[in-house]
Design a binder for this molecule. Structure first.
Ligand code: ASP
Length: 339
């Protein structure tokens, strides 16, 4: 039996070709993908293409598009065995993270991929990324999907979506998963690291929870920053502070006063690290104790992309019991390491 994969094309370099007369990139009609990559027909799965009407540069992808994708997957969940989303590389980790929170109780693969060079380019990485992603999106064993989570495939590696980050605008090997091992690797054989895969709770039924709030701010601190400017910014539900190393910030009275003021105004403060690898450990240094004193939330080893989209999903979300802080610190989809 051939597995059915729904391919959602959203835009990005992968769906572009070079206009050799002008030298610039332009989107091609994605319905013609089978002509561009005839090898797609050789894959042991049936592919159904659903392109966005207007292909988007991924810097134009955001909450509205995440909802459209999540909703479309939910509507077609029973009809297909797997889902492949073709996406621009710039914000692919944000979309992957957001979808991981929005798609609850997932039992089928949702794979995202893109490319650094357009499909028609002689040295393109698009073909391999697309073909291998299709394999992962249609991989079943004993009538059960092998991947049952939102994953990102790029340059021979399958990563957990909400652990991934784009670190290079130059290399084909553009993504990393610094705090979680890879889920699979494609070499001569297509391999899956089964012990690293996420599984939803047995009793959790599949559903798409489209709740996303945009009441989030993200600030990276830096030496010499005028932290008191925070008290002039409009009221927001969640402020994510990207602090130094394992969770330190300047030890000044002004810092404490400003952050306390924000907390008293009802702003939740989440702390994540500027280091891509490792995470927050409040209390390790004296200069992190301030976060204990103001009851800040530790983002531990989450990526910034994951912390932002998790906050967006949890703010005032009526489907979660308990406080924002309790839910934020919980491991929902394998995005955060447990102590
Ligand atoms: N700017 C493009 C995008 O993210 C880059 C790419 O696709 O690689 O849509």
């Amino acid at each position: 039996m051939k597995r059915k994969v729904l391919l959602i094309y959203t835009g990005g370099t992968i769906g572009m070709e070079k206009d050799y007369e002008t030298g610039s990139l332009r989107a091609f009609n994605f319905e013609n993908i089978f002509q561009k990559i005839p090898e797609m027909k050789l894959i042991e799965c049936e592919v159904f293409v659903h392109p966005f009407k207007i292909p988007l540069d991924s810097s134009d992808m955001g909450p509205e598009e995440w909802k459209i994708i999540a909703n479309y997957i939910a509507k077609n969940y029973e009809k297909y065995d797997g889902f492949l989303i073709l996406h621009g590389t710039d914000t692919m980790s944000y979309t992957a993270s957001a979808l991981s929170f929005m798609l609850k109780g997932l039992r089928k693969p949702v794979i995202l991929t893109g490319s650094q060079l357009p499909i028609g380019d002689l040295r393109t990485d698009a073909k391999e990324n697309l073909l291998t992603s299709l394999y992962y999106a249609s991989l079943y064993e004993n009538d059960e999907a092998v991947i049952q989570e939102v994953a990102l495939y790029f340059e021979y590696k399958l990563l957990r979506g909400n652990r991934s980050l784009k670190y290079s605008a130059e290399f084909f090997d553009a993504y990393q998963s610094p705090n979680y091992p890879i889920l699979g690797q494609s070499g001569v054989h297509l391999n899956v690291e089964k012990e690293n895969l996420f599984r939803s709770k047995k009793d959790e039924k599949f559903s798409a929870d489209l709740h996303i709030s945009q009441d989030v701010l993200f600030w990276r601190i830096f030496p010499g920053m005028q932290i008191s400017h925070f008290s002039e910014i409009p009221k927001m539900k969640v402020l994510i502070l990207q602090v130094f190393g394992s969770g330190t910030i300047f030890n000044t009275k002004k810092t404490k006063q400003t952050l306390e003021k924000l907390r008293n105004n009802g702003t939740e403060i989440v702390v994540v690290s500027q280091c891509v690898s490792g995470g927050i450990s409040i209390g390790k240094y004296n200069n992190s104790n301030i976060f204990k004193e103001i009851n800040a939330i530790s983002g531990k080893d989450m990526t910034a992309e994951s912390a932002i989209t998790k906050a967006m999903h949890l703010i005032d979300n009526p489907t979660y019991k308990g406080s924002f802080a309790e839910n934020f610190e919980k491991n929902l989809r394998g995005e955060i390491s447990e102590d």
